[in-house]
Design a protein around this ligand. Sequence first.
Ligand code: ARG
Length: 462
Amino acid sequence: MSEKPWGGRFESPTNEFVEAFNASIDVDARMYAEDIAGSRAHARMLCQQGILSQEDLDAILSGLDEISGEIERGEFEFTIALEDVHMNIESRLTARIGDAGKRLHTARSRNDQVATDTRLYLRGRTDTIVAHLRKVQRVLVELADRHADTIMPGFTHLQTAQPVTLGHHLLAYVEMFERDAGRFLDARTRMNRCPLGSAALAGTTFAIDREMTAAELGFDGPTANSLDAVSDRDFIMELLAAASICAVHLSRLSEELILWMSAQFRFIDLPDAFCTGSSIMPQKKNPDMPELVRGKAGRIIGGLVAMLITVKGLPLAYNKDMQEDKGAVFDALDNLQGSLRVFGDMLPGMRVNTEIMHKAAASGFATATDLADALVRAGVPFREAHEIVGKSVAYCIREAIELHMMDAGACAAIDPRLTAAMVGALSVESCVSARNHIGGTAPAQVRAQVSAWQNRLEQLNA
Ligand code: ARG
């Protein structure tokens, strides 16, 4: 029984099932490097403050080094009997170096330890996610550059609305991913405070130097309130919220790729390497990756909801409920990172059927707004222009023609102010190039945005 680091006051052993059920080692073993880094910083600080001898510190540091090697070589045996990564490593340390190992936990609790390790680990993961976001942005900017002039139908209500450029459409996602990166980095700033030294909940009676451990671990400084520090999981909720919004963005892009690849659209084709076939229907090529990524949004948002509900109504300070935090956030970030990775690798191989896109843009009366605008320029009030073009569209539907095919007689019959020259001037090219202002879909604007993004992403790389 005394094998448990907390076994002193217990008379009978833990229930066998409870031992497994209680353990978090399966989930938190991945934080071993952060746990070791935290212990090193803590031990150095204890030594500097005269709480730990130099010999003990040396033994602890080299013992932790060896343990780190064991874990990396796959030789370390994590056990559920020792519940979590913190107690597994500490017990192993003591087994290796004896009494010095038993002194490491002076002025520390697992409560500040787990809060510190989790922040450290998620800080690293945040940086990786942001790097993946940057990669996806780069790939999209590259595609937008290639397709600055490619015309496609823009939709509202998934009905043909106005022609847009594919480059413009893709850059819309670059904007979304920029805000996503901003949310992750913003969460990182708030996350980057060190809880170490908060101990169980109230702080410690030892004369610790919290500035030192915070600095050594790359934090911006120590947390200011020990109770908050050990019970705060805002950083996890924030990351999950950022991940959820990002996953929602990916799901929208996924949905568009799925639609665009269908036999009804035929706008694009995704590379074989990212699709699968059907076991019964030989003709099938399914866009599995965008579908799966669209689906991942569900479980990532599930993680956010789970975390919010877990923390809701929890009294201060640490409660065992909080052990559920890591599973939720690790799973969400793993899946988000995987989704971003797949998109970063898949999108460059996307083939675009520019002719079909153009044809789709030129049908469905996508130029109708521009005809109304032409009437307005000729002095017709917009509401009347709208009515005139509406009647023209109805006429074209009856005659099965496009607006630009209307002859002078047909125009005059609808309204004397509508001329054959006006309808004759309609083209999807002029529709897009006329929208030449900041934020507009004109190829010139797309090119300007592309070069602005290229500069920004290059600077971030440097
Ligand atoms: N395994 C625990 C967790 O992940 C570590 C902290 C445990 N603290 C405690 N007092 N039981 O939350």
